[in-house]
Design a protein around this ligand. Structure first.
Ligand code: MLT
Length: 265
């Protein structure tokens, strides 16, 4: 797995395949490994690039305990595109990765050839949500990422998720650095409302949601898709909040169909 030095700190990423570039931003508190089914299958036809955000997977956390803001993830992703000499990419993000994808559109919409918003939402946290993020950050720093296994596993996956998928998600959560997971929890609390960004976005857009997602449910995905001119909304059967990992066959069909319209055979 290659890495790039951005502002003096290494950022690890996956880069597989050739053709239309698809930059995938992972959710919380996972890593680029959560895109394994897309890296394997979509890279047969497209170039799939997936960084580990700071403090996740193989990327070390920011020094000094600063919050990992969504704009920072976006700027890291843009620096990665610069490093790869890519002017444009389709940008996709799952949940927190979706918040970062919307921050990236705010930073530089001209580099976004298309947008894939997956099991995510455009709203900022309310006061109760922000207080919950701070409570989670402190608990992680005291007790480690096991806190996230306890708090998030009951909600992340649909009941029909396989034991293998459950084990893989737990493994990724435990592998996150406590400093990185606390920093990202605090960074999500600081995110802006992105509805204005979506209302201005003029490129092709796809909204995908697991039909059993209880964190960002289908009705919220519908409302988000309604904000973007011409956006398609697709539901992934039998999947919860991690639709790309829970039902990769259905998810990949939806993604491939969307991407193929931008890169005809
Ligand atoms: C995620 O999956 O990235 C998180 O559920 C996002 C969040 O906590 O808002």
């Amino acid at each position: 797995m290659p890495n790039v030095s951005i502002a003096g700190a290494p950022l690890h990423y996956e880069d597989l395949g050739e053709g239309l570039p698809l930059l995938l931003l992972h959710g919380y508190p996972l890593s680029s490994a959560s895109f394994r089914p897309q890296l394997d299958a979509l890279s047969r036809r497209f170039r799939v690039i997936a960084p580990d955000h700071r403090g996740f997977g193989e990327s070390p956390p920011l020094r000094g305990g600063a919050p990992l803001e969504m704009a920072q993830i976006a700027r890291d992703a843009l620096a990665l595109l610069d490093h790869l000499k890519l002017e444009h990419a389709v940008v996709g993000g799952v949940s927190m990765g979706g918040y970062a994808a919307m921050a990236l559109v705010r930073e530089d919409a001209g580099r976004v050839a298309g947008l894939m918003l997956i099991d995510t939402q455009p709203s900022a946290d309310d006061d109760a949500g922000r207080a919950g993020r701070e409570d989670t950050a402190r608990a992680i720093l005291e007790r480690g990422t096991e806190v996230l296994v306890e708090r998030m596993m009951p909600k992340l996956l649909a009941p029909e998720a396989s034991a293998e998928t459950r084990a893989e998600v737990e493994r990724m959560i435990r592998a996150a650095s406590p400093e990185g997971a606390a920093a990202a929890s605090r960074g999500m609390a600081l995110r802006l409302d992105s509805k204005d960004v979506l209302a201005r976005f003029a490129g092709p857009a796809l909204v995908v949601v697991g039909e059993k997602d209880v964190i960002t449910p289908p009705e919220r995905a519908r409302a988000m898709a309604d904000l973007i001119a011409g956006a398609r909304l697709e539901r992934v059967p039998g999947a919860g909040h991690l639709s790309n990992l829970e039902n990769p066959e259905a998810f990949n069909r939806i993604a491939e169909d969307f991407l193929a319209r931008m890169q005809p055979r």
